[in-house]
Design a protein around this ligand. Structure first.
Ligand code: AMP
Length: 278
């Protein structure tokens, strides 16, 4: 396995799949790496980047505290048969910081939900993903549905700006009690970890009510969170492209919930309407 920091990656000689991460790798990342391998086969090349991107963290967010374990990540990737780890420095990505640096504008969808709670977050995400894609030059890039709004915005960026890379989404990997795996789960103490179970429970409640319509789906989830003493930053149903929720058909529930000082996000696919009892 090759480990590259700021030196250029060699051009791909076979199909290249790319998994961008911020490190502190867990089973969710493992699923992305395995999907990447599946897509390019043993002949192809899997590249994993590890870069905690400062520009997607707001002032007062957890950039400094974000878990970092490069050696653990290297061992993890070696076990998964990754071909190349790309772990650039901040200067290697952004170079000398000039005032008025050019960034990707995510458009109005970047100001909603995660974007309204974390101003500038998606400009930071799209800009670093654009830089990473240009440096790595993959055929395929693999992202988690865990960050659903991010996945949709990256898909749109690559399509609308003709990046010529295929974006593949991977379903969310969950812990035994349903909590979505996240590098930030290590911030939770035991009591918070127990309370956080209410998030997947809220999702289940919402799924159970979705046939009765969007409102019923939202209220069911809100009730479970409220009963656990949690107040979401947002809890919405939208369509699969982040547009308004359909009265009937495929939709997505998106939720963000502070648990103590940790902000957790989750989402699930829903089928709205179609309840014959109504
Ligand atoms: P991160 O390191 O948290 O920036 O995540 C890197 C990639 O892994 C992103 O595409 C995430 O959506 C994805 N990811 C993170 N957690 C999970 C999970 N529990 N299941 C699936 N993908 C995940």
């Amino acid at each position: 396995m090759k480990i590259i920091h700021d030196e250029p990656l060699r051009p791909a000689h076979s199909k290249r799949a790319f998994v961008p991460t911020m490190g502190a790798l867990h089973d969710g990342h493992r699923a992305l790496i395995q999907q990447a391998r599946h897509l390019v086969g043993t002949e192809g090349e899997v590249v994993v980047s590890i870069f905690v991107n400062p520009t997607q963290f707001g002032a007062g967010e957890d950039f400094d505290a974000y878990p970092r374990d490069l050696q653990g990540d290297i061992d993890f990737c070696a076990r998964e048969g990754v071909d190349c780890i790309y772990a650039p420095s901040v200067d290697g990505i952004y170079g000398q910081r000039a005032p008025g640096r050019i960034t990707i504008d995510p458009g109005p969808l970047g100001d909603m939900w995660e974007g309204s709670n974390r101003p500038g977050h998606f400009a930071g995400v799209l800009t670093v993903v654009a830089i990473l894609l240009h440096k790595v030059q993959p055929d395929i890039a693999v992202f988690g549905e865990k960050d659903y709004q991010q996945l949709v915005l990256i898909r749109r960026m690559c399509r609308e700006l003709s990046f010529g890379v295929q974006i593949v989404g991977v379903p969310t990997v969950r812990d035994h009690d349903g909590l979505a795996l996240s590098s930030r789960n290590v911030y939770l103490d035991d009591a918070e970890r127990a309370i956080a179970q209410a998030i997947p429970q809220a999702i289940q409640a919402s799924l159970a009510q979705a046939s009765r319509g969007e409102q019923a789906a939202v209220v069911a989830a809100q009730t479970v969170l409220r009963d656990a003493g949690l107040t979401p930053d947002y809890l919405v149903v939208c369509d699969e492209d982040l547009g308004p929720a359909p009265t009937e058909g495929s939709a997505r529930l998106l939720v963000a919930v502070p648990v103590g000082r940790t902000r957790l996000i989750d989402n699930c696919a829903l089928r709205i309407g179609g309840d014959d009892d109504n």
